[in-house]
Design a protein around this ligand. Structure first.
Ligand code: NIG
Ligand code: FE
Length: 427
């Protein structure tokens, strides 16, 4: 039989077959030792022992992965990839003792990025995000969710969406958009949060429905997300926005329990949200509800690390409750400017006490579930999209164990080599 690409002799192929992994099932990598993957077009057609596939398939191109791990591309299910400017000065203020929320309440933080993003054209936004996206790809991310939320006014929010869709069209990394108009209260609505929520519910979300039909009708609707937090949107306000979004047919996400456990996780479960993200100060009752739901718990360990805090997502409690745990970078200019999924994996092993196998499953198949794409990506199975990494290590545990360097050598997206260290350019 013919194949376009055959990757063979891999010391381990991490297939992660069997769907999203809940609770104690997390970490089933389903490894093929001395394995091979055959690809035709954009899809995987076969996996198995290398000697067997080598005999079965005549491939136009072959990659010898001797001494290396082959695995699914990382899925990063929570990023704020598109923004303008940076907040290096705030980083120094935080090092000198100011808290993230103090800076935000003084008009900095998210609102500082909002000012810079409002002043940027779509071209500027695309150009600034492109470098970050290149780094994500070279570190093994093949699909990423991307949020708006630095516009906080209809036009800039739509400009951010346009930038996300343009980047998705031009770049090998596949992008899944999320509307986050409820990321903060814009300065012009200070003290009038309810009026801003009216604007989101009555204008922004309905404009978004029309805009989507005109500009992206062939794509599924974006997610709608809310920052449910003291100083941002409280539980009732978050409910209003998410219920309205649900009514309009949008799938949901929520930022919950980053600093305070306000009940956002319970709300996510009640509304059938695809994911609830952050989950640092989540009450035990909420964890139990989450555990018996399909809502994916997205942990963002780069965020407490980035803020030099020492409380992380209670992964053990979430897994004991039966929850589906995923990992993401939370890439953003304030708390976590990190383009590599390898770093949250390393953090999760140390501070959330995950094994490397659990962290890898959380960064692939479960991360795909967190963006409702587990049927197409996140594992290596015949019929699935050929999003594949070749890792410069003979054993998967090197991911997590080693940190601060890039272990990804080759990235294949939809069957094409799109990054190879020392070889091809990033496409
Ligand atoms: O997920 N928590 C809210 N949003 C981001 C931070 C965004 C920013 O600081 O610019 C987060 O951590
Ligand atoms: Fe976030």
């Amino acid at each position: 039989m013919n194949a376009d690409l055959l990757i063979h002799n891999a010391s381990q192929i991490l297939t992660l077959t069997g769907g999203p992994q809940s609770g104690q099932k997390l970490g089933e990598l389903r490894i093929i030792e001395n394995g091979a993957v055959a690809i035709v077009g954009e899809k995987i057609i076969a996996l198995g022992p290398s000697p067997k596939l080598g005999k079965q398939y005549q491939a136009a191109q072959e990659i010898d992965a001797t001494g290396r791990v082959v695995m699914p591309g990382f899925v990063d299910p929570h990023t704020h990839l598109v923004w303008a400017g940076d907040r290096a000065a705030e980083f120094e203020m935080r090092l000198a003792g100011a808290s993230y929320m103090e800076i935000m309440n003084a008009g900095g933080g998210i609102l500082s990025t909002v000012r810079q993003t409002r002043a940027a054209s779509v071209d500027d936004l695309v150009a600034q995000a492109r470098g970050r996206l290149n780094r994500m790809l070279s570190h093994g991310t093949t699909t990423a969710e991307v949020k708006t939320g630095y516009g906080l006014e209809t036009e800039t929010e739509l400009r951010m969406l346009e930038a996300i869709l343009r980047l998705d069209d031009e770049h090998a990394v596949e992008l899944i958009p999320t509307f986050l108009g409820a990321h903060a209260i814009p300065a012009e609505y200070s003290g009038q949060t309810e009026d801003y929520i009216d604007l989101i519910c009555n204008e922004m979300l309905t404009r978004l429905v029309n805009w989507w039909e005109e500009n992206a009708a062939e794509r599924p609707l974006p997610f709608v997300d809310v920052f449910c937090e003291t100083g941002a949107f409280d539980l009732d306000q978050s409910r209003r926005i998410l219920e309205r979004a649900k009514e309009l047919g949008f799938p949901l996400k929520i930022h919950a329990d980053e600093f305070d456990g306000l009940g956002g996780t319970l709300l996510a479960v009640e509304l059938g949200s695809t994911s609830a993200d952050h989950l640092v100060h989540t009450p035990q009752g909420d964890i139990e509800a989450l555990g018996s739901s399909q809502t994916v718990a997205v942990s963002l360990p780069c965020t407490p690390f980035g803020l030099a805090e020492n409380v992380y997502t209670p992964a053990k409690a979430i897994l004991e409750a039966g929850g589906i745990l995923a990992l993401a970078t939370d890439l953003n200019p304030g708390t976590a400017w990190c383009e590599s999924m390898q770093f949250p994996i390393a953090l999760a092993c140390r501070y959330m006490h995950l094994t490397p196998a659990q962290a890898i499953a959380a960064a692939t198949i479960n991360a795909a579930a967190a963006i409702a794409r587990a049927d197409r990506i996140g594992s290596l199975e015949p019929g699935k999209q050929a999003d594949v990494l070749i890792v410069e290590a003979p054993d998967y545990r090197h991911l997590g164990y080693r940190f601060g360097v890039n272990l990804v050598m080759t990235v294949i997206k939809r069957g094409k080599i799109v990054f190879s260290r020392g070889g091809e350019e990033i496409i």
